[in-house]
Design a protein around this ligand. Structure first.
Ligand code: BTX
Length: 324
């Protein structure tokens, strides 16, 4: 939609385009136009607006996720030292997996758009152009493969920590969703390439809705974005903070086998601990109470007969009793 707004404004050269005209041409309300114009301004477009005349484009953008902008802000040692920035790709995870053996540890791929963004269990991840952060990190840790799923928890802890540092009250819905106001703002997809005893690489995919104001119908109820929740943050700032927090927690785990801080964050910012949720596996749905997260990162729950179960990430979905 914002591309279309720019197209119409650019097309009128130095003439103003009224809000009414834009609204008619694009089939959305004047309030929606005004919101999109504000986002374009935060992206660096200099758009003049004059009462009773409308809008006119004066200057072009600076808030892009290009590597130079990110390197400038980044305080990490190895993660994000090599960034590949794409305009469009099927999936940043798939892209990185194709070049996985040839790129350095900590390489990050960021795309403005994904045409086949993936969630877990073959699900789809909506990734519209410039609306969010769609990125993947490749890691080459010398650990045994069964320790890799914990990296999803590290990513979740890093994202909530970064967002809370930026004054966004985000929580983790174990194992891989980040939510605000009970709606999903971010998701993590970890994929592994390994042999029996050793890991070739792990790809951690992070999707975060930043500017999206409109979601496809089936997502409207359960998805949100930072802008929709009135947190107007720059994508460059978020990427830098998430990578920084991720590297610290990841080094704790890989170099020092230290998990306490990660588990502490996962518990403190959990959206489901001490709550009743449905555990969904295949076609079965069971109501349980979430009690704890184990040292291995598994979810400990109690069923209606007071039996304690340990749930492994990767095999189930979780639904809140009230809504998402
Ligand atoms: P998930 O399986 O937990 O969530 C997928 C579900 O979330 C979908 O079935 C849909 O209901 C909902 N959904 C789809 N798109 C969005 C969205 N934009 N916002 C909120 N909810 C949505 C979560 O999987 C893991 C997502 C990882 C995405 C990143 S993006 C970079 C990397 N590349 C890639 O292909 N995937 C990862």
């Amino acid at each position: 939609m914002r591309d279309k707004i720019i197209e119409v404004i650019l097309g009128s050269g130095s003439d103003f385009v009224s809000g009414e005209e834009l609204s008619k041409k694009l089939g959305i309300s004047r309030t929606a136009i005004w919101k999109h114009i504000n986002i374009l301004r935060e992206e660096g477009y200099n758009i003049e607006s004059v009462n009773k005349k409308g809008y006119r484009l004066i200057g072009s953008p600076k808030d892009l996720l290009n590597p130079q902008n990110i390197y400038h802000n980044l305080k990490t040692e190895f993660i994000g030292k090599n960034i590949i920035h794409l305009e469009s790709v099927d999936s940043t995870n798939d892209y990185l997996k194709k070049i996985g053996n040839d790129v350095q540890d900590g390489t990050v791929v960021i795309s403005e758009e994904q045409t086949k963004g993936k969630g877990r269990l073959g699900r789809n991840w909506q990734s519209k152009s410039k609306e969010g952060i769609w990125m993947s990190i490749i890691l080459k840790p010398e650990i045994i493969p069964y320790k890799a799923p914990f990296i999803t928890l590290i990513a979740g802890a890093a994202i909530v920590k970064a967002l809370n540092n930026l004054q966004v009250p985000a929580n983790i819905k174990w194992p891989n969703d980040i939510i605000i106001n009970n709606k999903k703002v971010s998701g993590i997809l970890t994929e592994l390439s390994a042999e029996i005893e050793r890991i070739n690489y792990v790809v951690v995919g992070i999707g975060m809705n930043v500017k999206s104001l409109d979601f496809d119908k089936e997502l409207e109820e359960k998805a949100t974005s930072l802008y929709k929740e009135n947190y107007h943050l720059s994508r460059v700032e978020i990427v830098s903070q998430v990578l920084y927090e991720f590297e610290n927690l990841y080094n704790d785990y890989i170099k020092n086998d230290y998990k306490e801080e990660i588990l502490k964050i996962c518990k403190e910012y959990s959206a489901i601990l001490n709550k009743d949720v449905y555990i969904i596996k295949d076609d079965e749905k069971e109501l349980v109470k979430c009690i704890d997260i184990s040292d291995n990162g598994n979810l400990i729950v109690m069923d209606d007969k007071d039996n304690i179960q340990e749930i492994l990430s990767g095999e189930v979905s979780i639904r809140g009793v009230k809504g998402y």
